[in-house]
Structures are given as structure tokens and as C-alpha cells.
Design a protein around this ligand. Structure first.
Ligand SMILES: [Zn+2]
Ligand SMILES: [Zn+2]
Length: 314
């Protein structure tokens, strides 16, 4: 049975009702996350029509830990970049850090050449805004501002491309035979913003077939894909024989929310156990809604696996 998934704003409103202290920030981002989701869907339809897809998955590359987009050129997506920037600009320009711009965002992104699109994509996926200094200067934007807005634009495009390339209901090539063993995304190479443990699956045609759930998946907040990962391994240090993940959580009303962190490298990843949820949350909204736990992680001097616009506290 297919379980329905909440929209971003539904998940954010639910979290805000439980944690009023987060309401202001969650409300501020709800329209942007909803707009990004709708845009990704539209871009997927446009790309399908234009017969543009991601490069084909090769098991040999995946098993070596090479992400699908690593060192790959994509066709010129100027039209799609322009559409993404134009759609998201009104929402992005409401973020205080982005409200005082010399160049309108839509214009800056519409002017990117194919090579510049690739530089932006790589800077976003490897989380290195410093790589954007020259490009940002050309458009009279601060590199951090360019990176923040660029993250939403690139993310919408990669989500559109992924949906145009893979059937949502089918097993992904990287999960087949556990081909992909890495803690970073098999498609775009970004580190995950969230881990989730799945619900039990009951096969109604065969009451003897009952899978207990709890398998771990990592979720990429950039391209929107997820992949299987070993439950007790650290996504940053790699797979280890010994148990090495520590768990940080609230005492009450956890709703399956926790922070997994690694005592060796101090990287952390917010985690949600879907066995404790009736409705499945929107994963981008859920990642943003765990700020209360991220603040505790930050106080413990832990570092997010993937720095996001909301968890860069210092
Ligand atoms: Zn990704
Ligand atoms: Zn580690």
C-alpha cells in the first residue's frame, strides 16, 4: 500500500505546532520549499519533452564510488536555468541575506554559459562556495549569496533531471545488489542532509512475507535522491567493522527524530525513524525542522555532514 507523503508546508506546519520556537524560520521557508517541489515537477516534464536525461548509470563506476555526475558534462540547460531562477527569485529575494542585490537573481542565472553552469553545479555539490568567486564577481553578487541562491536553482534542475531519468517506483541502479557503498550521493556527490529508517512492509498477497523495516537510507537535499546505507557506519569516514555511531536525542516526544554522530570525525546527520510516523514527512522540510537538535550538536562542536543554509551557525 502506498503511504501518502506530506507537502513541505504540511510537514513544516506540523513541526511548528510542536515546536513554536522554530515557527518563524519554518514559516519563512515553507513557500520556497513548496515552490521548489512544484518547479522540479515542471522541469521534469520539460526535460522529458526535450528528451534530456542524466547520463546512464554504469555499475562499474558506481561500485568504485564514482557518482553519476562526477566529471560529466550535461547539455546546455540555459532555458531550464533561466526558468528555475525566474520561478524561485521572488521566494529567494525574501530571505534577508538576499534582499539587497545589485543584479536581479533571475538575470544572473539566465546568463550562465554551459561551462559556468557546470562550475556552479560542482561548487554546490561539493559544498565549496569559494569556487564561485570569479563567477559571482562577474554578476556583482557575493559568492555566498550566489551559492545560496545557486543551491536552490541547481537543486531544482537536478531533481527535474532525476525524475526525467528514473521511475520513482523502481529500484534505483545504485541500490541494486548494494552497488553503492558510499556516504555521499550516487547521483550528484553531495553529502546527505537527512537519514531515514523505513517502515515495515507488509505484503498483503502473502501474509508470511513481512519485512520489519528499519533499513537506513540517506537523503540528498540537492538532487532529491536517496540510497541504502549501513546503519552503524559513518557516512563521512566510510564503512567500519566496529559500531561507531552515537545517537543524540530529546528525552520526550522524539517522533523518531535523532542526530546520528561519529565520535571519530565528529560529523553528524539528522535521522528520522519512519516507524514512528503515520504520515511520511516531506524530507526537505523534515531536515530543516530538526534545528533544535542541530543546535545541541553544534554546542557539542559537531559538524553537519552537509552544511545547509540553516545549520551554518558560526
Ligand atoms: Zn544528490
Ligand atoms: Zn566519521
Amino acid at each position: 500500500m502506498e503511504v501518502s507523503r506530506q507537502s513541505a508546508s504540511e510537514t513544516l506546519h506540523e513541526i511548528a505546532s510542536l515546536r513554536p520556537a522554530l515557527k518563524t524560520i519554518l514559516d519563512a521557508f515553507a513557500p520556497l520549499l513548496d515552490a521548489q517541489e512544484a518547479l522540479a515537477q515542471e522541469l521534469a516534464a520539460d526535460l522529458t519533452k526535450a528528451q534530456i536525461q542524466l547520463p546512464a548509470c554504469q555499475a562499474s563506476r558506481l561500485s568504485l564510488g564514482i557518482s553519476l555526475l562526477s566529471d560529466q558534462d550535461l547539455p546546455d540547460l540555459a532555458t531550464q536555468y533561466a526558468k528555475a531562477a525566474k520561478t524561485l527569485a521572488p521566494y529567494l529575494e525574501k530571505i534577508p541575506a538576499l534582499s539587497q542585490l545589485h543584479t536581479p537573481l533571475a538575470q544572473a542565472f539566465a546568463e550562465l554559459t554551459c561551462a559556468e553552469q557546470k562550475s556552479l553545479r560542482e561548487a554546490v555539490c561539493t559544498c565549496q562556495p569559494g569556487l564561485l568567486e570569479d563567477l559571482a564577481k562577474k554578476h556583482e553578487l557575493d559568492p555566498l549569496v550566489f551559492n545560496l541562491a545557486g543551491t536552490f536553482v541547481v537543486s531544482s534542475l537536478l531533481r527535474g533531471l532525476s525524475r526525467a531519468s528514473f521511475e520513482p517506483s523502481q529500484e534505483k541502479p545504485w541500490d541494486t545488489n548494494n552497488t553503492w557503498q558510499q556516504g555521499y550521493c550516487p547521483v550528484c556527490g553531495s553529502y546527505p542532509v537527512l537519514a531515514w529508517l523505513d517502515k515495515p512492509v507488509i505484503d498483503e498477497r502473502n501474509t508470511y512475507l513481512h519485512e520489519g523495516g528499519g533499513r537506513k537510507h540517506l537523503y540528498c537535499g540537492i538532487c532529491g535522491n536517496d540510497w541504502h546505507f549501513l546503519r552503524l557506519a559513518c557516512p563521512a569516514c566510510g564503512v567500519s567493522e566496529s559500531r561507531q555511531i552515537e545517537i543524540l536525542t530529546e528525552e520526550t516526544n522524539t517522533r523518531g527524530e535523532a542526530i546520528d554522530w561519529c565520535p571519530k570525525c565528529k560529523a553528524y546527520c539528522p535521522t528520522v525513524d519512519m516507524r514512528e510516523r503515520i504520515q511520511l514527512p516531506n524530507l526537505d522540510a523534515q531536515a530543516l525542522g530538526m534545528l533544535h537538535l542541530e543546535l545541541i550538536a553544534w554546542e557539542k562542536k559537531l559538524k553537519p555532514l552537509r552544511a545547509s543554509f540553516w545549520n551554518t551557525f558560526a
